[in-house]
Design a protein around this ligand. Structure first.
Ligand code: TRP
Length: 347
C-alpha cells in the first residue's frame, strides 16, 4: 500500500536517529515480486525518515560477473524512480561508488565468525551441492550486507522475510564490534521492517515457489519490462485449479496455492485486503477473474514500464542521479568508516 502508515520509532535505543536503508541487486530482470514485495513499500518510508536506496552491484558479482552490469545498475535506479522513489528526497546510488562498503566489510569480516556464516540458509540454497566451487564472495555476501547497513548506521531495513536471517547477522556483528572494541552503541542494532500486507508473490506456474528472476520459465513471472500484451498473456496462462472462486480465504490459502497467489496479487495491486477481493469475485470462474486481474496489472505496471523506458533513454541523466547519490551517500558513510577504523585501532 502506498498510503499505509508505517510505525517506526524516531530513534533506536542507543540514540541513533532513524535511518532507512535497503537495496536490490542488479542481476536478472525486476519482476512483480520485487515491486509488490519491496520497492513499492519503500515509497511511503521516504516521507517519514531519511532513506537510502542502494543498487547493490558489489553483491551482484558474487554469482558471476554480469556482462551488462552498468546498464543493469541504471535499470534498477530507473525502476526505483519510476516506482516513486524521489531522488531529491532519498539517496539512490550504486554500492560500488562508495568505497566504505568494501572497506568496512573487511573490518567486519574480522568480527563475524565462520560459524555464524555457516548457518546462513540463503548461502546453502544458492551454493547447493557445489559449496566448494562457489565464490568466496558468495559466502561473504551477508557480511557485505551488514557493512551496507552499518556504514550508514541505518536503523531500519525494509526487506522480505527471506532476508531476516541476514539482518540478525548484521545485529550480531554490530553488537560484537561494539563489545569487542569497547565502543558501546557505536553501531545501532538495525531492525528489519517487514512491511505488510505485502504478499509473498509466488510463481505463476507453481503456487508453492517464490516468483523469481532465476526461474527458467519466463511465464512464471511478470517482469517490470513486460509489454501490456505479455502481462495479459502470462496472467491468462497462469496455473489455477478447475474450481470457481469460493469458500473462505483460509481455505483457499491452505489448499489452493495458485488461487491464493492470484487473489493475493490482485489484492496487493488494488491496495485492498484479500478477503475483499474474494467477496468481489465470489462464484466467478478463473477466466473472468484473470481478465480483470490482467486489466488491473496493466493499469499499474504499464505507467511504470513507460517511465522506466523514458528514464533509460537518457543515460547521462540517470548517471548524474547516481553520481549525485553516491556523493551524498559517501558524505554519510566515509566519516562513520573513519570512526570505525579509529575504534579498530588503525594508525
Ligand atoms: N540481500 C538483499 C536481497 O537479496 C539485498 C541487499 C544487499 C540488501 N544489501 C542490503 C537489502 C542492505 C537491505 C539492506 O534482497
Amino acid at each position: 500500500m502506498t498510503d499505509q502508515a508505517v510505525q517506526t520509532p524516531a530513534s533506536n535505543p542507543a540514540g541513533h536517529p532513524t535511518r532507512v536503508f535497503s537495496g536490490v541487486q542488479p542481476t536478472g530482470n525486476l519482476h512483480l515480486g520485487n515491486y509488490l514485495g519491496a520497492i513499492r513499500n519503500w515509497v511511503p518510508l521516504q516521507d517519514q525518515h531519511p532513506s537510502i536506496f542502494c543498487v547493490v552491484d558489489l553483491h551482484a558479482i558474487t554469482t558471476g560477473f554480469e556482462p551488462d552490469l552498468a546498464m543493469k545498475t541504471r535499470e534498477i535506479a530507473a525502476a526505483y524512480i519510476a516506482c516513486g522513489i524521489d531522488p531529491q528526497r532519498s539517496i539512490i546510488f550504486p554500492q560500488s561508488r562508495v568505497t566504505a562498503h568494501a572497506e568496512l566489510t573487511w573490518i567486519l569480516n574480522c568480527v563475524a565468525r565462520i560459524g555464524w556464516l555457516d548457518r546462513m540458509t540463503q548461502f546453502k540454497d544458492k551454493a547447493g551441492k557445489h559449496k566448494e566451487r562457489v565464490s568466496v564472495g558468495l559466502y561473504d555476501y551477508p557480511v557485505l550486507m551488514a557493512a551496507d547497513i552499518l556504514a550508514y548506521r541505518a536503523t531500519h531495513v525494509p526487506v522480505g522475510e527471506d532476508q531476516k536471517q541476514h539482518l540478525e547477522l548484521a545485529r550480531d556483528i554490530a553488537q560484537k564490534f561494539n563489545n569487542d572494541l569497547g565502543v558501546p552503541g557505536f553501531f545501532p542494532q538495525p531492525e528489519p521492517l517487514i512491511l505488510g500486507p505485502t504478499p509473498r508473490v509466488m510463481s505463476l506456474r507453481d503456487g508453492k515457489a517464490k516468483m523469481s528472476k532465476s526461474d527458467p520459465s519466463d511465464l512464471s513471472r511478470i517482469n517490470l519490462k513486460d509489454s501490456d500484451e505479455e502481462i495479459a498473456a502470462k496472467i491468462r496462462k497462469a496455473r489455477t485449479d478447475p474450481e470457481p472462486i469460493g469458500g473462505t480465504m483460509e481455505e483457499i490459502d491452505a489448499a489452493r496455492p495458485e488461487a491464493s497467489n492470484l487473489i493475493g496479487i490482485y489484492a496487493a495491486l488494488a491496495g485492498k485486503p484479500k478477503a475483499d477481493i474474494l467477496e468481489q469475485f465470489e462464484g466467478a470462474q478463473f477466466s473472468t477473474f484473470k481478465g480483470e486481474l490482467a486489466d488491473l496489472a496493466v493499469s499499474v505496471l504499464g505507467p511504470i514500464r513507460t517511465r522506466m523506458a523514458d528514464l533509460l533513454t537518457d543515460t547521462a541523466n540517470i548517471d548524474k542521479v547516481l553520481s549525485d547519490g553516491a556523493d551524498k551517500a559517501a558524505a554519510i558513510a566515509m566519516p562513520i568508516l573513519a570512526e570505525a577504523k579509529k575504534a579498530a585501532g588503525f594508525l
